[in-house]
Design a protein around this ligand. Structure first.
Ligand SMILES: [Zn+2]
Length: 253
């Protein structure tokens, strides 16, 4: 087990860094939800590989112009096949233990599992939105997803906004939609205030949010990267841990 020794040292190092920090910003990506059974999108068994229609529905241009794509997407959602019922895993739970150390948790995931694990909702930024709600594309109408799915199950194939008649869509940021400027600003601001940034389960290739890592580095903040594979910014990390995410977080949080 010679080869495990460097990992042990990195874990020990990371544990100390987390212990010594009082203002932690966490950035999470799809990798933290893998153990919860959230399917990936583009892998061999990915949601989009098996359902090319679902990929089209995630593009705002197709979604707004094709009633057929919307109808099939609503039917898929109502069937429960698009997002299986999932629960937070040990990785989400370990992060929830950061409690008062946590300054901000920025997630690229839309699954809501950090909230379910007990991380405080007012300190979570869902940079790509979430699938718990539906929103109107024309007005401020926002409602629980389940309400819209109930309408679909009751026979409405393409439910529209009850206020203005506009198109309804899950409250996620689709391809072709802009991120919410306020969320980006809040994320960037947190980097200025933190003493540690932990990037977990993300290859750090999706911009612009991945830029918080070089920003943290340029401000002299400590950086821990935990991911199963190499990331864009491995060279900037104080501690780089390439291992199972759930068990690593249990060790260091
Ligand atoms: Zn509306």
């Amino acid at each position: 087990m010679e080869q495990n020794k460097p990992i042990e040292r990195e874990l020990e190092n990371a544990r100390e860094v987390v212990n010594d920090s009082s203002k932690v910003v966490v950035l999470t990506g799809a990798g933290i939800s893998t153990d919860s059974g959230i399917p990936d999108f583009r892998g061999p068994n990915g949601v989009w590989t098996k359902n090319p229609e679902a990929e089209k529905a995630s593009n705002i241009r197709y979604y707004t112009t094709s009633a057929e794509i919307r109808k099939r997407n609503w039917a898929l959602r109502a069937s429960g096949d698009l997002w299986p019922t999932v629960a937070p895993n040990d990785g989400h739970k370990a992060l929830a233990k950061l409690e008062e150390k946590l300054l901000l948790l920025i997630t690229q995931n839309v699954d809501g599992l950090h909230q379910l694990a007990g991380s405080p909702a007012d300190r979570i930024v869902e940079i790509h939105g979430n699938t718990r709600n539906v929103q109107c594309l024309d007005c401020d109408y926002l409602a629980p997803m389940e309400e819209a799915l109930e309408r679909v199950r009751n026979g409405e194939e393409d439910p529209h906004c009850e206020i203005c008649g506009g198109l309804l869509k899950s409250a996620t940021i689709s391809f072709g939609q802009s991120l919410i400027a306020e969320d980006l600003l809040r994320s960037e601001q947190s980097i200025h205030e933190c003493d540690l940034l932990m990037a977990i389960g993300t290859t750090l290739t999706v911009g612009p949010i991945n830029r918080v890592v070089p920003l943290a580095h340029s401000l002299g903040k400590l950086i821990i990267i935990v991911n199963g594979e190499p990331t864009e910014y491995d060279a900037l990390a104080e501690c780089l841990i390439r291992a199972d995410i759930s068990s690593t977080l249990q060790e260091i949080c």
